[in-house]
Write a protein that binds this ligand. Structure first.
Ligand code: MLT
Length: 269
C-alpha cells in the first residue's frame, strides 16, 4: 500500500495536504479537532483492501496544510473539500466520512454539494449547535491557545476524547494522540473554535437528507453520546446507526476493528 501526500493550492491561496492511497470507489475521510488526517491511519489499509480510493485531507491550518492567516467558517472548509473532490476525485460519486468537527463540515458539504455524494458517514458528531456554556468554553480555549500553548489549551479535552479504558490501558494511543493534538498551531485552535462556536444548526434539516447515511459513535463518547446519536439519527430517512463498543469519541483508533467493520459493512453494501 503506497500512500502519497498531494499538495493542492486552492484559489484563495492556501495549500491543502491530502493523503491519497488506493484505487477504486472514492471515499474522503475528514478529521476532527484538534487532530489531523493521521487519525485515520487504521482505516487506510482495510479500505484499500476492499477496493476504495482514500482521500484524507488535513483541513486548513492542520497537519501539513498551510497555516491559517484569517478567520474562516465551517462552510469555507466544506468548499475546500469540494475543491479537493473536483481536483482529485473528479466526477465520480464519492462517500464522505466526517469525524466530529469533520462531521460538522460534512453537514455543510451535504447542504452545498450533496448531489456529489454516494454515501455519508457521520462519526461521533452532532447536527446541533452549542449551548451557551459550550460556546463560552470554546472562546476561552481560543484565548488560552493564543496566550499560552496549544497543549495547555487543549489538554482538558483529552479525557473527553478517549474513554477511561483507553486512557488507563493504552498508553501508546494516549501518547500518540497527545503528540498529534500538541502539533496543531495555536492560531488554528483559536480560529477553529471560533468557527465551531458559530456553526449552523442542521437539526431541522435532517429529514431532507437523501444520501444513504451511517451514524456511528463510540459507546462511551462523552462529546456526542450514543443516546443523542440515536435521537437525531432517527430523523434521517433510512439511516443506519452503529455504536462501537469499548471506545469513546475516537472509535477509529480506540476500537479500530469495530469501527472498520461498521464502516466497511456500510460503504461496501
Ligand atoms: C472534535 O472532536 O472534532 C471536537 O470534539 C468537536 C467539538 O469540539 O465540538
Amino acid at each position: 500500500m503506497s500512500e502519497r501526500l498531494v499538495e493542492l493550492v486552492l484559489p484563495a491561496g492556501h495549500t491543502l495536504a491530502v493523503r491519497v492511497v488506493g484505487s477504486g470507489r472514492p471515499v474522503m475521510l475528514v478529521h476532527g479537532f484538534p487532530l489531523d488526517s493521521g487519525i485515520w491511519r487504521k482505516q487506510f489499509e482495510p479500505l484499500v483492501e476492499r477496493g476504495f480510493a482514500v482521500f484524507a485531507p488535513d483541513l486548513r491550518g492542520f497537519g501539513s496544510s498551510s497555516p491559517i492567516d484569517r478567520p474562516c467558517s465551517l462552510g469555507d472548509l466544506a468548499e475546500d473539500l469540494f475543491h479537493v473532490r473536483n481536483t482529485l476525485v473528479e466526477d465520480r460519486p464519492m462517500s464522505l466520512v466526517g469525524l466530529s468537527m469533520g462531521g460538522y463540515v460534512a453537514f455543510e458539504y451535504w447542504k452545498r454539494h450533496g448531489e456529489t455524494l454516494e454515501r455519508l458517514v457521520l462519526a461521533d458528531t452532532k447536527p446541533s449547535i452549542d449551548t451557551d456554556d459550550a460556546r463560552r468554553g470554546r472562546l476561552a480555549m481560543a484565548e488560552a491557545a493564543l496566550q499560552t500553548t496549544t497543549w495547555e489549551a487543549v489538554a482538558p479535552m483529552l479525557p473527553r476524547l478517549l474513554s477511561s479504558r483507553t486512557l488507563e490501558r493504552d498508553q501508546e494511543t494516549t501518547q500518540w494522540l497527545k503528540a498529534m493534538m500538541s502539533r496543531v498551531p495555536a492560531k488554528t485552535i483559536a480560529t477553529m473554535q471560533q468557527a465551531m462556536a458559530q456553526r449552523h444548526d442542521f437539526t431541522g434539516e435532517l429529514s431532507s437528507i437523501r444520501v444513504p447515511t451511517l451514524v456511528v459513535a463510540g459507546e462511551h463518547d462523552a462529546i456526542s453520546p450514543p443516546e443523542e446519536n440515536r435521537q437525531w439519527a432517527a430523523q434521517i430517512r433510512g439511516a443506519v446507526l452503529e455504536i462501537v463498543p469499548d471506545a469513546g469519541h475516537l472509535p477509529q483508533v480506540e476500537n479500530s476493528e469495530g469501527f472498520n467493520r461498521a464502516l466497511l459493512d456500510f460503504l461496501a453494501s
